[in-house]
Design a protein around this ligand. Structure first.
Ligand SMILES: [Mg+2]
Length: 228
C-alpha cells in the first residue's frame, strides 16, 4: 500500500506558481515578474503552510492573507484577495507533472494499491489529477478539505486507515504502508509519527540522508523503482 502526496511530488506546484506569477502580474499590469520574486512567494507560503499543519491557521485564513503579505514584501500595490482568486482559478486546471511522475504511477500501480494523500481543496486537487491524467492510478484519494484534517495530524491518517480497513484491508497496519512526499513537516513527520514507512522526494537534495529521519531519500522519482 502506497500513499503519495500530490503537490511538488507528482504535480509541480513550484512550476505552476512561477507561471501564474509571470502571467498574472502582466495580466493585472503589475511589476514584471522576475525570478528573484519567487523566493518571496516560497518563504511566505511555506511559513503559512507550516502554521496550517500545526493547526494555528485555517486554509480560509491562509488564502485571505497570502498575497497581501507577498505583495507587501515585493512592494506591489494590489489587492491580494483579487490575485488569490486569479491564482486559485488558474490552479484548478493546472497540472504541470514532476519529471517521471506518470512513469512512477504506472509502475507502482501494477504492484501496489495507490492512494493520493494531499493537503488542499478537494475539488481542485481531484481536477488537477484528472487534467494530469493521473486520477485513474489511484484507488483512493484522501484530500484534507474533505477529511477536515491535514497531514501531519493523526486524524488525517486515522481517516485514511479507517476507510481502507472498512473497504478492502481489514487488518491493515501502518508498517505495511509507505508514504512518499516532498515535505518533511507534513509527509515524513506525519508518516513516522503514525508508524508508516517513509520516502522523501527531494529534487534538489537539500537534506543529506543523515539529516532526515525518512527510511528512504530520493532525488528523482525514478529512483523509487529501486526501492519499491
Ligand atoms: Mg507536497
Amino acid at each position: 500500500m502506497v500513499l503519495i502526496d500530490i503537490d511538488n511530488t507528482l504535480l509541480s506546484f513550484t512550476g505552476y506558481v512561477r507561471e501564474a506569477m509571470r502571467e498574472g502580474f502582466s495580466f493585472y499590469g503589475l511589476k514584471p515578474y522576475t525570478e528573484a520574486m519567487f523566493p518571496v512567494f516560497e518563504k511566505i507560503n511555506n511559513s503559512l503552510w507550516r502554521q496550517l499543519e500545526q493547526g494555528t491557521l485555517t486554509f480560509e485564513e491562509l488564502i485571505k492573507c497570502r498575497w497581501d503579505l507577498i505583495f507587501k514584501e515585493l512592494e506591489i500595490d494590489f489587492d491580494g484577495i483579487i490575485f488569490e482568486e486569479y491564482f486559485q482559478k488558474r490552479l484548478f486546471n493546472s497540472a504541470v507533472p514532476e519529471d517521471g511522475a506518470e512513469d512512477l504511477l504506472k509502475y507502482l500501480s501494477r504492484k501496489y494499491t495507490l492512494c493520493a494523500a494531499s493537503n488542499g481543496p478537494y475539488e481542485q486537487q481531484m481536477n488537477r489529477l484528472r487534467v494530469g491524467k493521473m486520477r485513474d492510478y489511484f484507488s483512493y484519494c484522501f484530500i484534507s478539505s474533505q477529511i477536515g484534517a491535514q497531514k501531519p495530524s493523526r486524524q488525517f491518517f486515522d481517516h485514511c486507515f479507517r476507510i481502507l480497513r472498512e473497504a478492502e484491508f481489514p487488518g491493515l497496519i501502518p508498517e505495511e504502508v509507505i508514504i512518499i512526499g516532498d515535505s518533511i513537516s507534513s509527509d515524513i513527520s506525519g508518516g513516522i509519527n503514525y508508524g508508516m514507512q517513509t520516502c522523501l522526494y527531494q529534487k534538489n537534495m537539500i537534506y543529506e540522508r543523515s539529516d532526515c529521519e525518512a527510511n528512504h531519500v530520493v532525488s528523482s522519482l525514478s529512483e523509487i523503482k529501486n526501492i519499491l
